[in-house]
Write a protein that binds this ligand. Structure first.
Ligand SMILES: C[S@@+](CC[C@H](N)C(=O)[O-])C[C@H]1O[C@@H](n2cnc3c(N)ncnc32)[C@H](O)[C@@H]1O
Length: 272
């Protein structure tokens, strides 16, 4: 592995660590997507963007008995860790690491077979500003999601929307100090463009909503470690938190603290 690959691998290790050590922080967004997808026993589901498996496991529990979740990622450590976790819990998960140059399920065995495709916080990663890919990777992903579904199959996506709290935060940390090693060089769709590209991929019944899904913490110290680790920042945890507090808002609730967060939640269907 060269240094760049090592750095990227470490970046995603940190992402997993933050999510694993503080599994309740992102419950609102994960729960919202799970509810929208409404997985049922026996279903065959593709999740694109495994991460630490924080959506994979609940999906796998929901499709038992008889169903299965195929989860894909481009980081071997993500899929290896989730495959191990699923085996320990006897859950029906196939975790596949796909090459960065071909990060989608394109083989004929995956055409027209899934009841649903789900993805959270991942769509924007299919394009990279530093590589000038424009919208190409995301449009290709939507086309492959469509092809992979059975007629009548469901798509449930959650990701960052242009002109949102999350987008403005990502733009501020788009540098190697606040998000190592390459900043966060990703663009986001506006709501109008998102609907357009999803429809152009063939989907109908497209519904999109920007939803507030704040991150929950038990203390400010927890929030400092979470945002610092999540983005693999090189500045201090205090500085990482200061940016998050300024850009996202920090609120004390009766039982917990919150950092503001918002994502689009999209549902669509492949016509029968
Ligand atoms: C922000 S994480 C989200 C992970 C998980 N779905 C979650 O919400 O915790 C983005 C995921 O996209 C994957 N990824 C990174 N670059 C990618 C690419 N070029 N194509 C597809 N996936 C990529 C990462 O390995 C990571 O698991």
């Amino acid at each position: 592995m060269d240094t760049e690959e090592n750095d990227i691998t470490y970046r995603w290790e940190q992402w997993r660590r933050a999510n694993r050590d503080f599994p309740r922080v992102r419950e609102a967004e994960l729960g919202a997507l799970f509810t929208l997808l409404n997985p049922k026993p026996g279903e065959y589901i593709w999740e694109s963007g495994t991460g630490n498996g924080n959506l994979t496991m609940p999906l796998a529990q929901a499709v038992v008995p008889g169903g299965k979740v195929v989860t894909t990622d481009v980081q071997l450590q993500n899929t290896a860790e989730v495959a191990k976790l699923a085996a320990e819990r006897s859950l029906p998960v196939e975790a596949l690491c796909l090459p960065l140059e071909a990060p989608l399920l394109v083989a004929s065995q995956y055409v027209g077979v899934f009841d649903a495709v789900a993805s959270i916080a991942t769509l924007h990663h299919f394009d990279n500003r530093l590589e000038g890919t424009g919208e190409k990777g995301r449009i290709e992903a939507l086309k492959v999601f469509f092809r992979a579904l059975k007629p009548g199959g469901r798509l449930a996506l959650a990701d960052v929307l242009q002109d949102s709290l999350a987008q403005r935060y990502f733009d501020v940390i788009d540098n190697p100090e606040h998000a190592a090693p390459r900043g966060h060089p990703h663009d986001f769709f506006t709501k109008e463009r998102l609907v357009e590209v999803v429809q152009q991929a063939g989907f109908t019944e497209v519904q999109v909503e920007l939803q507030e899904v704040p991150w929950h913490f038990t203390s400010q110290a927890e929030a400092q470690i979470f945002v610092h680790t999540l983005h693999n920042a090189k500045v201090s945890p205090e500085e990482s938190f200061e940016i998050a507090e300024r850009m996202l808002g920090w609120n004390k609730k009766p039982e917990h603290y919150e950092l503001g967060w918002d994502l689009f939640f999209l549902t669509a269907r492949k016509p029968e």
